[in-house]
Design a binder for this molecule. Structure first.
Ligand SMILES: Cc1ncc(COP(=O)(O)O)c(C=O)c1O
Length: 456
């Protein structure tokens, strides 16, 4: 298994051939999911005592299994938050795997962690957070949000009065599901400010007024969103940040999706106040063109994260020795053993430069504005709200939820596009509407027009 023989060399060449073919494809086939039994009947048993051989396993993957997946970088994949990793970043993901770097501690991963930290410095600079703010790459936005919540709660529990109190968070109903989900993980309660639109400072003040005295004592953090997943809406970060400062609350900004827009000088002012945050989530695997998985958590005061996350164990003592000194990513988030998942971003940034990143991010915003304009000129559809960041919500006049669903499935079945409906709350009532989220700079005006034509 660990031998180097001709079979291994041939397999390496096959893999390289596949990779070159895949990363030079601008419109990969839109695969379809199949039932598990169907896939099993098509590929048979793949895990056997003697092994089926690399060639056969790879053929099954190429001929059957990959076709049951949806490439997230297809230019007409505008559903959820799609992705479009740069070719440089994808190639370097291979290099990262081949290099077998342990990314937890400087002692083992110094060269790789150095690269991650160079990319992180750029990311931090986009937020405007003052020194010594810094961060680490995580497996995604959920892990980043969890790492921030744990740090915030531990900081709050430094006050011994809070040790036995169940913690409480305020966020908006437009916040991402991971906030509520991670609150469960840390056994914290959540008070929701009911708005899918921008959460304002006044809404937060009213929510604070609505708390009982005991709830106010249990409140340790406010989570604002820098670009909602559904509609790209940014909360009033400046106003909320200022209230958090007055009230002594941890201010977390979840900009997992929207944070990429900080790379655009034009969009950056929309995030005014983000520099007041105690912690910020930004996912490079969303709008900064990294392959999965790569999230990031940034702290205003990284020492608090270290106090919360640094693991102790006699087998880990060596990492705290002189000689092993350096930045240990594991001290700042929930994961110990970790891939140096910031490396593909570093390589792509180093290769292309930050100006190209700015251009590519701006392209997403421009595509959203263009789609808004085209929708405005088309009598069959109408905007539900003005495009925000790279999200566009629009309705097909006269359609029922079933029409939207059937349209999504038909386009997907035809291998044409993946655009899914969502819901938007209008005067207290949820309406099913269509949604575009642009990430891929290769999406064109004719893609947008063709998708709208498919709604006729
Ligand atoms: C605003 C926001 N926060 C958090 C997440 C969760 O990120 P991940 O899926 O990388 O865990 C998402 C995912 O879409 C998101 O849009």
């Amino acid at each position: 298994m660990h031998n180097i023989d001709i079979e291994l060399v041939e397999m390496t060449l096959d893999v390289m051939k596949y990779v070159i073919n895949r990363i030079t494809k601008t419109a990969p086939e839109l695969g379809q999911p199949k039932k598990e039994e169907e896939l099993r009947s098509m590929v048979g048993d793949t895990i056997t005592s003697a092994g089926i051989g690399g060639e056969k396993a790879f053929d099954l993957f190429k001929d059957v299994l990959i076709k049951a997946t949806v490439p997230i970088d297809h230019p007409r994949h505008l559903a959820f938050v799609p992705a479009s990793p740069t070719r440089a970043a994808i190639m370097f993901d291979l290099v990262t795997s081949a290099s077998s770097i342990h990314g937890a501690y400087w002692m083992e991963g110094a060269g790789g962690i150095f690269c991650e930290n160079e990319a992180m410095k750029w990311l931090v600079s986009l937020t405007g957070l003052p020194e010594p703010a810094f961060g680490v790459f995580t497996s995604g936005g959920t892990a980043a949000n969890l790492s921030a919540m744990v740090t915030a709660r531990e900081a709050w529990r430094k006050n011994t009065d809070n040790i036995n109190e169940k913690a409480l968070i305020i966020t908006s109903s437009g916040a991402h599901s991971s906030i509520k989900s991670m609150a469960k993980v840390i056994d914290a309660d959540v008070v929701l400010v009911e708005t899918e639109d921008s959460m304002s400072a006044t809404m937060l003040v009213n929510a604070l007024k609505g708390l009982t005295e005991h709830q106010r004592k249990r409140l340790f953090a406010v989570v604002a969103t820098g670009g909602t997943t559904n509609a790209g809406i940014i909360d009033d970060l400046d106003g909320i940040g200022s209230i958090c400062e007055q009230e002594g609350l941890w201010f977390h900004v979840d900009a997992a999706y929207g944070g990429g827009a900080l790379a655009s000088k034009q969009a950056r002012p929309l995030f005014k106040g983000i520099e007041r945050a105690n912690s910020i989530t930004i996912d490079p695997h969303k709008w900064l063109f990294s392959p999965y998985d790569c999230g990031a958590i940034i702290y205003k005061n990284p020492e608090l994260a270290k106090e919360a996350h640094s693991q102790e164990g006699s087998y880990l003592d060596i990492f705290k020795d002189e000689g092993a000194h350096g930045f240990n990513p594991s001290d700042y988030q929930i994961q110990l053993t970790r891939r140096v998942r910031g490396l593909p971003l570093w390589f792509s940034l180093a290769m292309h430069g930050t100006d190209k990143y700015e251009w590519a991010v701006q392209q997403g915003i421009e595509l959203a504005n263009l789609a808004g304009k085209i929708i405005g000129e088309n009598p069959v559809v109408e905007l539900v709200r003005e495009p925000s960041l790279s999200c566009v919500l629009f309705r097909r006049k006269g359609w029922t939820p079933d029409d939207y669903r059937n349209w999504t499935y038909k386009n997907h079945r035809d291998g044409f596009a993946l655009v899914t409906p969502t819901k938007w709350k209008n005067q207290g009532v949820y309406e099913t509407v269509a949604r575009f989220c642009f990430i891929n700079p290769d999406t064109t005006e004719s893609d947008i027009r063709a998708i709208l034509d498919s709604m006729k």
